[in-house]
Ligand binder design. Structure first.
Ligand SMILES: Cc1ncc(COP(=O)(O)O)c(C=O)c1O
Length: 364
């Protein structure tokens, strides 16, 4: 399938594409909430009540309800909600602008953080991808006495599914008073950690000095960026991040969909359990096929080393199994060789995953 994929149903583990029902392993709808009936109904109901958008910064109860639910879930004083996940690192970093002097950034960090950097007016130095030793080396090279560094990275890298070694980063940062760790956790929130609060929770790093920016568009079936944190952080964001004054939030229907997504996820713990089970199934099956696959709970699983991945993708599509091949340079964290990215969902059945693995075994 080299032509753009033409979707004819909501994202899901089984969906309509090009007039066919297919098994789908692309994208980021890890719990298939984009097509969940309660999420869709919540969006419709709020849209009927409030219309398509605020058209102003006026208050609507639907945003307050979402923030309250998010606050309870994150256990923070506040959760700032804005138009998109893409803007959430900018909002976080602008809020913290007076708390750091110099930036150290993983060289494969997502565009969302890169685009925020020119708005901060700080020196920036990159360290090698997911390499705590190089972070330590770059910190000692670039941080002058008394300066406070901010270390920026994705929590989960979107193409490769690689988990940033956050605990090792914190150790490398230990000699620097006031050092901040700020992650774009778009692919971790909802998925990782004991209660799904993301990569910081997974790494046991929730708390002072460690911050996340996330999205409601991936594990959750909606739209909008989020920054959880203290009342002090929220006040700094309100003071420094002009998007909070100068741009509309996501439409009320999307805020309602975001709240409904979280409600469904909390009320259906088997979704998270299924995702864990399916990720294990996929990773161990690929290992049996001879692939070198890391042992992490991340639902983005990548393989490389097959001479013609595009051919493999096309042969799988002939069997109504849709997967994605990422070309070198094709995304912020793309590998220097082509990779196949398999997105695992809680709603994939064991039989579906077995069919994919068996088909790959036959086609390799
Ligand atoms: C790491 C990362 N950050 C930010 C975003 C943007 O999130 P959104 O699409 O919710 O604006 C993406 C989107 O794919 C992403 O992969």
């Amino acid at each position: 399938m080299t032509a753009p994929i033409k979707m004819e149903s909501p994202l899901g583990a089984r969906m309509f594409i090009g007039g066919r029902v297919v098994d789908y392993y692309c994208g980021t709808s890890y719990f298939c909430l984009h097509g969940h009936s309660e999420v869709i109904e919540a969006a419709c109901e709020a849209t009927r009540r409030y219309g398509m958008g605020p058209g102003t910064l006026a208050h609507m109860q639907v945003y307050a309800d979402l923030q309250e639910r998010l606050r309870d879930w994150f256990g923070t004083d506040e959760v700032v909600y804005m138009i998109s996940g893409y803007t959430s690192p900018m909002v976080l970093l602008q809020g913290l602008r007076d708390e750091f002097d110099v930036i150290l950034m993983d060289c494969a960090t997502h565009y969302s953080t890169r685009d925020a950097i020119p708005t901060l007016g700080k020196r920036v130095h990159e360290f090698r991808h997911a390499d705590p030793e190089d972070l330590a080396a770059q910190l000692s090279l670039h941080v002058k006495a008394g300066e406070r560094p901010a270390v920026l990275t994705d929590g989960v890298f979107p193409s490769s599914g690689r988990l940033a070694p956050l605990g090792d980063y914190r150790q490398a940062m230990a000699p620097y008073d006031g050092a901040l760790l700020c992650i774009d956790d778009s692919h971790g929130v909802g998925v990782l950690g004991e209660t799904g609060r993301g990569s910081l929770q997974h790494a046991g790093l929730e708390g002072e000095g460690n911050y996340l920016a996330g999205t409601m568009s991936k594990a959750f079936g909606a739209l909008g960026g989020i920054v959880p944190g203290s009342a002090d952080l929220a006040a700094k964001i309100a003071g420094n991040a002009m998007i909070m004054r100068g741009a509309s939030p996501a439409p009320p229907g999307l805020a309602a969909a975001a709240a409904a997504s979280l409600r469904v996820l909390q009320a259906t713990p088997e979704k998270r359990a299924n995702l864990v089970r399916n990720v294990k199934h996929m990773r161990s099956g690929l290992r049996t096929l001879g692939f070198d696959v890391a042992d992490t709970p991340v639902p983005i699983v990548t393989i490389k080393g097959v001479t013609n991945l595009e051919q493999l993708r096309d042969r799988l599509a002939e069997r109504d199994i849709i997967v994605r091949v990422q070309q070198p340079g094709g995304y912020s964290d793309a590998s220097d060789v082509a990779t196949m990215r398999l997105a695992v969902f809680s709603e994939h059945t064991a039989d579906q995953i077995e069919r994919l693995l068996q088909s790959m075994g036959e086609l390799l």
